[in-house]
Write a protein that binds this ligand. Structure first.
Ligand code: ZN
Ligand code: ZN
Length: 174
């Protein structure tokens, strides 16, 4: 640790000696200027900047993201039954489309929690038909086509949910 060997002065208080640095921008900061975050000490500017980037969501973005992702995912899950094998190719596209609709509806506001809420909505939206297919397999015992149909629905649910989440995150955290 070279920090303890060289004398640093706080960026905001030129007369205050310190051994702390902001772990984001490396700026020397005195204990008065340091903010303890989940990831260590940071300067106030970085903490403020981070909040601006990561959390601009309004409370109503949560129900909007949830409902839109849920309804579209439910609508898309009907396709999984018809398309069967081709759902492998279509599910990621549906996921991207859902993410883009959500992003547009919440006016590009962002927060990790809203992305998660959209993903949960997408997961729940794919569940009704999945549950019906599962019931059919259990109750009526379709060993061949039933299990395969269940597989397509599982693939759809998983792909759409993860695509929605990562698409929203990937685009927003730049
Ligand atoms: Zn900083
Ligand atoms: Zn200071």
């Amino acid at each position: 640790m070279t920090d303890t060997l060289t004398t640093l002065y706080c960026a905001n208080h030129p007369n205050t000696e310190t051994s702390l640095r902001c772990n984001n921008c490396e700026k020397p900061i005195c204990p008065k200027c340091a903010v303890l975050t989940e990831t260590g000490y940071r300067c106030k500017e970085c903490v403020r900047g981070q909040q601006k980037v990561f959390d601009t969501s309004q409370w109503y973005d949560y129900p909007i993201a949830f409902v839109i992702a849920g309804v579209l995912s439910y609508a898309g899950s009907f396709l999984a039954g018809f398309l069967r094998f081709f759902i492998l190719f279509l599910a990621p596209i549906i996921g991207v489309a859902i993410a883009e609709c959500v992003r547009w509806a919440i006016r590009r506001r962002r927060s990790p929690q809203v992305f998660l809420t959209a993903a949960v909505g997408a997961a729940l939206g794919s569940l009704p038909l999945l549950a019906i297919t599962l019931t059919q397999v259990i109750v009526y015992g379709f060993p061949g086509s039933g299990l395969l149909g269940l597989l397509w629905r599982l693939i759809y649910a998983f792909t759409v949910t993860t695509t929605v989440y990562y698409r929203l995150r990937g685009i927003n955290i730049r």
